[in-house]
Design a protein around this ligand. Structure first.
Ligand SMILES: CC(C)(COP(=O)(O)OP(=O)(O)OC[C@H]1O[C@@H](n2cnc3c(N)ncnc32)[C@H](O)[C@@H]1OP(=O)(O)O)[C@@H](O)C(=O)NCCC(=O)NCCS
Length: 154
C-alpha cells in the first residue's frame, strides 16, 4: 500500500468506494434520508473541484486500486475528510492516511488541529487523541447534518 497525493484521475475510483462505504458505516448514526443525500452529493465533479482547489488530498493505493482518501485544509488547520473502502478497513490504512495528514499540518507549523467529524467517525478520532468540543449541525449541500467538532494539540 502506498500513500500519495490525489490527482483528478483518482476521482471516479474515490467516489465509487465512498458510495459503497458510507451507507454501511453511517447506518447506525444517520437517517436514510441523510445517508442518501450524503451519497448522492458525493460526486466526481465535486471532488475534482476540490482537488483543483487549495485543499491537500491524499489517497491510499494498492495494486492500482484506490482504497482510501483523506484531505486537509492548511489555512483552516483542519483535517476535512477521511474514508477507507469498507472492504479494506481494519488494516491500518485509516491510521496511515490520518498520520500523513497530521504530519503535513505539523510541517506547516500548525499546532492545533480541528476536525468536523461525522458521528460515525467520532470514536476513531477519539482513539487518535482528539477531544470533543461540541456537537454542531452543519449544512451539507442544503441538508442539516449533525457533526462533532473535535480538536487536538499536535
Ligand atoms: C474511521 C475509518 C477511517 C478507520 O479506518 P481503518 O482503516 O478501518 O482504521 P485502522 O485499521 O487504520 O485503525 C487504526 C486504529 O484505529 C482503531 N479504530 C478503527 N476504527 C475505529 C472506530 N470506528 N472507533 C474507534 N477506533 C477505531 C483501530 O482499532 C486501530 O487501533 P490501534 O492503532 O490501537 O491498532 C474507517 O472506518 C472509515 O472510513 N469510516 C467511515 C468514515 C466516515 O464516515 N467519514 C466521514 C467523515 S469525513
Amino acid at each position: 500500500m502506498q500513500i500519495r497525493k490525489a490527482t483528478i484521475n483518482d476521482a471516479e475510483q474515490i467516489i465509487s468506494f465512498k458510495k459503497k462505504t458510507i451507507p454501511i458505516c453511517a447506518k447506525n448514526y444517520y437517517s436514510k434520508d441523510i445517508i442518501d443525500h450524503w451519497t448522492n452529493n458525493s460526486t466526481a465533479e465535486h471532488l475534482i473541484e476540490s482537488i483543483k482547489s487549495d485543499r491537500v488530498r491524499f489517497v491510499a493505493e494498492e495494486e492500482g486500486k484506490i482504497i482510501g482518501e483523506a484531505s486537509l485544509n492548511k489555512e483552516k488547520n483542519s483535517i476535512k475528510t477521511l474514508y477507507v473502502d469498507i472492504d479494506f478497513q481494519g488494516k491500518g490504512i485509516g491510521k496511515a492516511l490520518f498520520q500523513k495528514c497530521e504530519d503535513e499540518l505539523k510541517k506547516n507549523g500548525i499546532k492545533k488541529v480541528e476536525i468536523i467529524a461525522a458521528l460515525c467517525s467520532e470514536s476513531f478520532y477519539a482513539s487518535r487523541g482528539y477531544k470533543k468540543i461540541k456537537n454542531k449541525l452543519i449544512d451539507f449541500f442544503g441538508m442539516k447534518m449533525e457533526n462533532v467538532i473535535m480538536e487536538k494539540e499536535l
